[in-house]
Design a protein around this ligand. Structure first.
Ligand SMILES: Nc1ncnc2c1ncn2[C@@H]1O[C@H](COP(=O)(O)OP(=O)(O)OP(=O)(O)O)[C@@H](O)[C@H]1O
Ligand SMILES: [Mg+2]
Length: 279
């Protein structure tokens, strides 16, 4: 039976690169259409491998992956899945294919057979969305890492995808670039696009509807950002940072200033102001 409200379903998924060591095991995950999910985990925990199952770049050795109602192990579904589920990689050099920015952004939709005029509109819109208006005729090889990353994002947007998977896509960006990519993700989420964001940044994970934490190829825990990111002991055990606001809330509580545990700086600030106004 297909779950029409699900963007991505994983049922008891296991995967091995070498036929021996399992990199993913027992993964059960359902991501609803329009949901914004953050995936956290230490180095080598299987995040990128999981991401590649979300757009049929990899197929599971056991279990089932269903993307937008299509079985990812069905060779006939692979093309449809890849065109509906866009992926932004950590390193844009793994993603850019053309020497001119406009050709790179147009590459995906052109392969879908989008007519020239609409193609131009999509390229212009997508470059505008990532803050690269006017970059159409620039050489991709002459761009900075952050600019290349934005071109890669524009290429995904130009496909008009239902799902966008970002695999540590902000790691090359400066704080401003990171913030604008996060704003873009929020806008896409508002527009109904399913977002899966793999990240090492707790502040980014705090923006999601749900956080999934991987450890050794298993899902170690999942829940709302408040549920997951406030568990300082568990996060440390899993080799993850404790969000700054959470660490500060806990340090304040140890000194007798009980403001509750907050994972977002803004909420901690409000709690402190509230406490101060009562003093
Ligand atoms: N192409 C590959 N061939 C063989 N083993 C691989 C390959 N890619 C990843 N692995 C192994 O699979 C495991 C999970 O890797 P993966 O890249 O999914 O982790 P990750 O959580 O994304 O790590 P990172 O935080 O460093 O990006 C690691 O042990 C890694 O060595
Ligand atoms: Mg990775």
């Amino acid at each position: 039976m297909t779950d029409s409200a699900a963007a991505i379903e994983m049922h008891d998924v296991a995967f091995t690169y070498d036929g021996d060591a399992f990199v993913l095991q027992g993964i059960d995950l359902r991501i609803a259409r329009g949901e914004f999910v953050a995936v956290l985990g230490g180095n080598g925990s299987g995040k990128s491998t999981l991401a590649k199952h979300m757009n049929a770049l990899l197929a599971p050795d056991a279990g089932r992956v269903v993307v937008l109602g299509r079985d990812a192990s069905d060779p006939e579904a692979v093309y449809a899945i890849r065109s509906r589920a866009g992926m932004v990689f950590q390193n844009p050099d793994d993603q850019l294919v053309a020497s001119l920015v406009e050709n790179d952004v147009a590459f995906g939709p052109e392969n879908l057979g989008i007519p020239a005029e609409e193609l131009r509109e999509r390229v212009d819109e997508s470059l505008e969305a990532v803050g690269l208006t006017g970059f159409q005729k620039r050489e991709t090889s002459a761009l900075s890492g952050g600019q290349k990353q934005r071109v890669a994002v524009a290429g995904v947007l130009a496909m008009h995808p239902d799902i966008v998977v970002l695999d540590e896509a902000t790691s090359m960006l400066d704080p401003q670039g990171r913030e604008s990519l996060l704003d873009l993700c929020k806008q896409l989420h508002k527009a109904g696009i399913t977002i899966v964001m793999i990240t090492h940044f707790m502040e980014e994970a705090a923006l999601a509807d749900r956080v999934v934490v991987l450890n050794g190829g298993h899902i170690a825990c999942e829940g709302s950002p408040d549920e997951v990111l406030s568990q300082a002991g568990l996060l440390e055990h899993l080799n993850l940072d404790v969000p700054f606001a959470c660490a500060l809330s806990l340090a304040l509580a140890r000194r007798g200033v009980d403001v509750g545990v907050h994972v977002r700086p803004q909420e901690l600030k409000e709690a402190l102001c509230h406490l101060h106004s009562k003093a």
